[in-house]
Write a protein that binds this ligand. Structure first.
Ligand code: HAM
Length: 410
């Protein structure tokens, strides 16, 4: 888990601002769900046998209830939806930005706290909507300057038809069963699709020889995928069909995708998403959505040398310097009126002129406004341009105009 401080945090702010404007154009509203939920919110929808639920969730007990730090955003959004009526959720489009938690083995690209921007769209299932949402994800990455990502597209088939896929995979795996890792021995019986996701090289060697899950699906699943692909072609979104793509969460049905970026090393998935179905209480909710890992976006931008282009510098800082107690007191009032005029201001009250100027330099102030007894009596101030060193007397009423003319606020 890491802190995100300036100047990197300026990049994060810029990414979020750009994303919000793209998301608004697609009709998405922000939804802020709690970081802590009942554990069951995740176990019931992500799947009991997924790695995220079995190994990676931070779970704790409080007041006799089992709670968890959210490992992803979809389950919380659907918990929210399930509490609403059908009219409120029908056609809802929500996005979220925030931290997620997975207790994974730390390595490059894997954080225990990481951040996602994600969307969930609860419109009636349709390949057209799936294509629109995938196109949105590609547009978001483009808005950040990431134009060279690879989209892998696959299908999980219809939720009710998972039986034949599991059976087909089990019989294909049976002769290789003893070569699978301990986890996969368990997955074989419990949730055989998860074997396809295993990172163990021996298991991967076995998986490479298996037929793809799509080979065990019925015609309707293949037709749905072909429809999504046709809409993407129409939209000019490039993709590669990956018949083995299953994704690590159990709620998916039909369309799934993953987006890979360059410069990320082994953890090269920058984003993933798909269509899903969840039963929560008496409600069955279907939707399509995705999440983008922001740490990975930042890493990609840095690897491409594009992070600096996106940094939003804070507005030029004005530092108020007071010589003497009265000037310092009056500067507090002046500072508020300058802020009301749109300027970013600070001061370091109490020190000598030298120490105040040092503080201004350290903070990277663009301007200093210096006042002593004489300036107070004449209702003016010395305005110093910190980059050129030029300074001159300016009447108080003109201070904002003088500074804004020289450097308009961003
Ligand atoms: P996910 O593939 O588990 O999907 O995560 C989405 C993205 O979050 C990944 O592609 C990756 O960039 C980032 N990510 C995941 N784990 C970590 C980690 N430990 N450290 C850094 N980044 C990480 C989901 O979370 C689904 N909820 C997406 C979704 C929404 N599907 C439908 N709607």
């Amino acid at each position: 888990m890491s802190d995100i401080a300036a100047p990197e945090v300026w990049l994060w702010q810029r990414l979020e601002t750009l994303a919000r404007s793209v998301l608004a154009r697609y009709g998405f509203e922000e939804l802020r769900t709690p970081i802590v939920e009942f554990e069951s919110v995740f176990t019931r929808s992500l799947g009991e046998t997924t790695d995220v639920v079995q190994k990676e969730m931070y779970v704790f007990e409080k007041g006799g209830r089992r709670l968890a730090l959210r490992p992803e955003g979809t389950a919380g959004v659907m918990r929210h939806a399930a509490g609403l009526g059908v009219p409120e959720t029908d056609g809802a489009r929500w996005f979220y930005v925030g931290p997620m938690f997975r207790s994974e083995r730390p390595q490059a690209g894997r954080r225990r706290q990481f951040h996602q921007i994600g969307v969930e769209c609860l419109e009636p299932p349709s390949p057209l909507v799936d294509a629109e949402i995938l196109a949105l994800q590609v547009e978001l990455l483009r808005a950040w300057g990431l134009c060279d990502c690879q989209v892998r597209l696959g299908t999980r088939g219809q939720a009710g038809a998972h039986g034949p896929v599991a059976e087909g995979l089990r019989s294909a795996l049976e002769p290789h069963r003893l070569h699978l890792c301990e986890d996969c021995q368990r997955r074989f019986a419990g949730n055989v699709l998860r074997v396809l996701d295993c990172k163990n090289p021996d298991c991967q060697a076995v998986v490479a020889q298996l037929p793809a899950p799509v080979d065990f699906m019925d015609e309707s699943a293949r037709a749905y995928l072909a429809d999504v692909a046709a809409h993407l072609d129409q939209l000019g979104v490039a993709y590669q069909i990956d018949p083995r793509l299953v994704r690590g969460l159990d709620y998916y049905e039909h369309t799934v995708w993953e987006i890979e970026g360059s410069g990320l090393g082994a953890q090269n998935a920058v984003a993933g998403g798909g269509r899903y179905k969840m039963k929560i209480g008496s409600r069955e909710l279907v939707g399509v959505g995705f999440a983008i890992g922001l740490e990975r976006v930042v890493a990609m931008l840095a690897a491409l040398g594009r992070d600096q282009d996106l940094l939003v510098q804070p507005p030029p800082l004005v530092w108020l310097v007071g010589m003497g107690e009265e000037a310092t007191r009056q500067n507090l009032v002046l500072m508020q009126s300058l802020r009301a005029g749109g300027l970013a201001c600070r001061m370091a009250p109490g020190g000598s002129l030298k120490s105040q100027m040092r503080a201004a330099n350290k903070a990277g102030a663009a301007w200093c406004i210096i006042r002593g007894e004489q300036e107070l009596s004449q209702a003016n101030a010395t305005l110093k341009n910190m980059s050129t060193g030029d300074q001159r007397l300016v009447v108080l009423e003109s201070l904002v105009a003088e500074i804004v003319t020289a450097a308009p606020p961003l």
